[in-house]
Ligand binder design. Sequence first.
Ligand SMILES: [Zn+2]
Length: 307
Amino acid sequence: MAEDRIPFPETVFEFARWFPDDRACMNYLYRSRWPESFVCPKCRSTEDPYMLDKYKRIECSRCGHQTSVTAGTVLHRTRMPLTMWFEAAYHVATYTPGTSALQLQKHLGASYETAFNMLHKLRAAMVRPDRDRIHGKVEMDETFVGAPKPGKRGRGAEGKTIVPARGKRIRSGRLRMRVVPDAKGKTIVAFAKGNVVPRSLILSDDLSSYGGLPKHGYRHRVVPSASLDRIHMSFGNFKTWTPGTHHGVSSKHMQAYVNEFVFRHNRRASPMAAFQTILGLAAQAEGPTYRQLYAVGDRRGWVHPTA
Ligand SMILES: [Zn+2]
């Protein structure tokens, strides 16, 4: 499904023309989901299905199994009009700094809670479960994000350490970034294993935590911190973006913002293709409910996927 992408609107004018109402959005979802022809998820029949409730439910004409175009996506069981979801996804995908819950609330005329929840659902679709690891020459570094507790020096309870790795090539340098508990050797190695192909050359500063990388199959070279300029630029952009667009983010949701930042960075050349991904069409990601979002950090809470 993800391989055969159907066309997507290239400009804001096309967008408005393509998606005037929920029926048009529904149609688009249907074609995204089944670009060739309908396939029944249960019996694999490709016969034309019955459309019920204006496309909301689809019934297999062979086995009677019912499905919907939104099943398995962030749009599933939503009470918001699809036009609003499309509008939100369009903003997040195409406007360089993304959009905040406050801006989206005003734009859609929705409540803050609704806008906040919509954005987090869209963010949940930004992490591909099958994403590939980066390779070649890779810069790695770590930084501290967020406000230290007042009166405490250094790493307070409110902040988080994030570790990014970035391909060295300027144009195609892909970024991976994740919130981690500390910058110890074990953490650095675990991050590398999840995000960088073994035998790649990792460039880092002389922090001893990186010294363990060769034992795990990586080539490693210590370079002057000043030469890690591209990765420092990504840090700088992230730190400007979170307070700038989102007026600071709470540490329990930090990973979701990291995901969005990485997603936009890696798709900066094709923002409109990102639009389909964000709707959850590619990842089949369902995203958190508002209740789950509030419980992040608790046992029953939502866990932000890691980019
Ligand atoms: Zn069937």
